[in-house]
Design a protein around this ligand. Sequence first.
Ligand code: SF4
Ligand code: SF4
Length: 423
Amino acid sequence: MSDYNEMWKGLGLDIEKHDVLLNALGAIYSDVYMNQECRPNGMGYFDFVMSEVHGLRIKELLEHKEKGGKVVGTFCLYVPDEIILAAGGLSVGLCGGAQFSVPDADAVLPRNLCPLIKSAFGFKISKICPYFEVADFVIGETTCDGKKKVWELLNEHIPTYVMELPQMKRETDRDLWLKEVKAFMEKMEEESGVKITPEVMEEKIKLVNRKREAIQRVFDARKANPVPISGKDALLISQIAFYDDLERFTTKVNELADELEERNKKREGVFDEKRPRILVSGCPMAIPNWKLHSVIEDSGGVVVCEESCVGTRYFSHLVEEERPTVEDKVKAIAERYMRINCSCFSPNEERIDDIIRYVKDYNASGVIHYTLQFCHTYNVEFVRVKEALKKANIPVLEIETDYSEGDVGQLKTRVEAFIEQVL
Ligand code: SF4
Ligand code: SF4
């Protein structure tokens, strides 16, 4: 990675701090990922992507910029990738998943704020994330209160365009959302100097749809018992989906899905088939947040599905492909994105239905609900989730945590007890 020193310097990174971050990340990755047994061979590609996390992909993004394309940072599933791509841009997910950048953010932001927001903001102000530095601008959204106020502060460091996301799903809200998606398209056209045509839009819609289908195949393979891939590995794929080259990623995920389907035919699994199967539901987990999955899989369980933005919420539902004009296509995009069931919406019954359906589809023995500290929407929504799961006789454990390692011992004790209970 030291070959990239000049590139990082050119981006203005704090090289000393960045070195510490990369060394720590390498050590955590090797500890969490490289000791797993019976991993599918197809994970080799994702190990490679991680080994190059601040290297090759950044080089590719810079090359894209040299050719005149834009790089756009995003923080939420509601920002439509199809439009960024149709305007000749590339998107990178900038959600922060590391404790490393939280202390710098704490010096500016209130302490009682979700660690995902603090981590992302900390990465920018401490100049240790090359993805932030390579981005021409970023797109925020009015999802939760913490995020929408942080965009005002982030805008002082990087141009931040904010999409207004309605918080209900009535007809008037859908109309507002459609207008927002149109305005976003105009913004992308203006920034990139590219007029979006129906042909290019259709091509990009199809590419993103194929990517979502590839991840769906991996998730479908996880429905088998024994499960052919660990939850940690599946989580990694969902996390890498936010920044890797779209077509290469889709090819590699499909190759992995072929391998997993073969494994299922031979009943080859990564764990004993008696392991309790856990559905994880709740807040997103950005790289390198592998904390809960590690605790679960080190405690004798296996994660078989994530009802999460790094999981089903990312790939469920496709954009309708056969619509004639750009206007119709934008409508199809707006419709697809309004089907994501995030807790920032009220009411959000569909998410509860999703969780119960996934428990059945993935044959899960129980649900671990994951809330990041100070995430009020997922935290409060858990009250309804718990009631519904109780009614359906599905065991559930609530975990509320941050990115620090301080509570890992306590989490292990609670998760082990839950796994005993559902065994
Ligand atoms: S949890 Fe909601 S607000 Fe956060 S990234 Fe996902 S969709 Fe966006
Ligand atoms: S996890 Fe919750 S509080 Fe944090 S950014 Fe997402 S919605 Fe907001």
